[in-house]
Design a protein around this ligand. Structure first.
Ligand SMILES: NC(=O)c1ccc[n+]([C@@H]2O[C@H](COP(=O)([O-])OP(=O)(O)OC[C@H]3O[C@@H](n4cnc5c(N)ncnc54)[C@H](OP(=O)(O)O)[C@@H]3O)[C@@H](O)[C@H]2O)c1
Length: 273
């Protein structure tokens, strides 16, 4: 029984592979770029279903990222290859309004998986703690976080907790048809996150209110203009509004969700270089 983990270079996938191996599972990691993967991996691009046949051979369970391009063809091939259960990394925003770009892409992926008739579990995290990794460069160089929204709240979720929920869904019975909405355990502002980074690395970290156009340009380096607009809109909506939290991580894994301060300690090397 082989479990295929797509997106091997992703934070969640990497943590998931380690957790499944530690649990004695037979795992195959796959990446669009296996040569650049820190884990041994085979080729699999969700947006190019024709590339997936070798990766899918002998696989009964599958963890996949929400890549709407090619998803129908990919899921069809997975089911034909014998996959019986798909755990999809979706997003809390999948239930947001229909016009939102982030909501749409995750809903499209969920619909393709559910429409295939295969058993599924949807893991829907809120904002990731890893979203603050882009702050590391200015923390290292200038001792500051640069962001336009110091008072925006979020309940950042640790990638290891997302992976722990996905691991349970893949290896235990009882998770088919479940939708798991995951958040970190507490709402923090971005200004407080900067302070927590400072506490973790042992020197104070300031906060510089960044120009919005500069922020949009930075976001546009890794995503589409629609998704960048959506990220900015959600940040603005979160100003002064504590983020709701869920206890799903603890309910599914039996362990309390890891707080942002713990995440920074786990990633302190990124902020000190
Ligand atoms: N950031 C957030 O706040 C947030 C919130 C809710 C949900 N999410 C979901 O979580 C995802 C990010 O997870 P993460 O932090 O683990 O990601 P990450 O570290 O940024 O890595 C994303 C990984 O997705 C994989 N991927 C992307 N397109 C792919 C494709 N066409 N075929 C196969 N794999 C593909 C890639 O793996 P390879 O390069 O190895 O192929 C990539 O490394 C987002 O895309 C979103 O769907 C994010």
């Amino acid at each position: 029984m082989t479990i295929l983990i797509t997106g091997a270079r992703g934070h969640v996938a990497r943590s998931l592979v380690h957790q499944l191996l530690a649990a004695g599972q037979e795992v195959r990691a796959a990446s669009r770029n296996p040569a650049a993967s820190a884990l041994p991996a085979v080729l699999c691009d969700l947006a190019d279903p024709d590339s997936a046949a070798p990766a899918l051979a002998g696989v009964t369970k599958l963890f996949m990222y929400a890549e709407p391009r090619g998803v129908d063809g990919f899921v069809e091939r997975a089911v034909a290859a014998g996959v019986e259960h798909i755990v999809l990394l979706s997003a809390l925003l999948a239930s947001a309004d229909a016009e939102d770009a982030i909501a749409r892409l995750h809903r499209d992926a969920e619909s393709a998986v559910a429409g295939s008739g295969v058993a599924w579990t949807f893991v829907r995290p809120g904002g990731f703690a890893t979203n603050t990794l882009p702050w590391a460069a200015t923390v290292r160089a200038e001792g500051v976080v640069r962001d336009p929204f110091p008072d925006a709240h979020s309940a950042p979720v640790h990638e290891a907790d997302i992976a722990a929920v996905a691991a349970r869904a893949l290896i235990e019975p009882g998770h088919k048809g479940a939708v798991y909405e995951l958040t970190g355990p507490e709402s923090v502002t971005r200004r407080r996150q900067a302070e927590l980074i400072g506490e973790a690395i042992g020197r104070p970290v300031g906060f510089v209110v960044q120009d919005l156009a500069e922020h949009r340009a930075e976001l546009s380096r890794w995503t589409s203009p629609e998704v960048a607009d959506s990220v900015i809109r959600h940040s603005r909506d979160a100003v002064g509004r504590p983020a709701p939290t869920t206890d799903t991580i603890e309910k599914v894994t039996g362990e309390p969700a890891r707080a942002y301060g713990r995440w920074v300690r786990d990633h302190a090397a990124d902020f000190t270089g």
